[in-house]
Ligand binder design. Sequence first.
Ligand SMILES: [Zn+2]
Length: 347
Amino acid sequence: MNTLPSAERHDFPAGDGVPLQLTRYQGGAKGPVLLVHGAGVWSGMFMLPTVRENFVQHLVRHGYDTWLLDWRASVELPLRQFTLDEAARHDMPAAVRLVREHSGADSVQAVVHCAGSATFFMAMAAGLLPDVQSVVASQVALHHIVPPSTQLKAMLRLPDVLDITRDYLTPDEDPSSPLFQAAFGAFVDLWRHECDSTVCRRLTFMYGQLFRHARINRETHDRLDEQFGPCNMLTFRHLAQMARSGYAVGFDHGREENLRRYGRERPPSYLRAEHLKRPITFVSGEQNGTYMPASTELTYEWLREENGASYYRRKVLAGYGHLDTFMGSTASQDTYPVIRDALEAMA
Ligand SMILES: [Zn+2]
């Protein structure tokens, strides 16, 4: 495994005071590049100890000043209930500001994944990230197209039903809630699966197929519990709302509260293109079972129509799923160069 420069850790508050973390690996003069993880994981998804070269090592080896954000969805931070609107407004601008302050750079590049990408794009669309120079969006941005099994759970309002009794779902064994977790495990074990890991099966229930098994090595699969943890129900409910509408919308608080917050009965859309006139490369795993490749395709086509084709690129990663884009055993040969080339082309 390649060695990394020593980590520089920054604890800082989001705009509303929620404590967040940034971890910097200063690899050289390129960047700075900000990495934003998805929901129910943490920044460790970019630096797995179980692959020959992880994404952070790859960027550092190529001279990037690399910054890993743990935003409020991180399983390394205390669990809290939040909508993606709150994270978009308070986490992403504060993180970009801190990177700029400490690196001295005028602007940053970003590689953003899954719910982290959805939230980052909501912040950009709202005009809150003018100093983000260019972005690689992994798997989803402003359009949310999910597989039929996820859509069914969203249509059945499953997260709203679970929210009555549960604050979160986690794939891991859970000493604070052993009976529920055993029942959750027994439930997901009823279905046919590619493997015999209950953690992996719970993950599939929570998010859809997160990776192609053929793409991750045994050690990564055996240690999934180190990467994943609780995801709060309010975030699940917001993601389900966006899956139902097909695109990013503000959280639906109900008619009365919507009128008070938004001045309208229905939550507003984030499909506003004027602040997205900047280089963006969309990447989707060809066999993604969490967000269908149509998700990035729709945002890509919509932006080309709105702002002209020159800013935008899209790459489909052949043979890849969702998280194996970063956690795959040969991702350093297959997918990291695609992302790094995009960063260099957009610098
Ligand atoms: Zn598995």
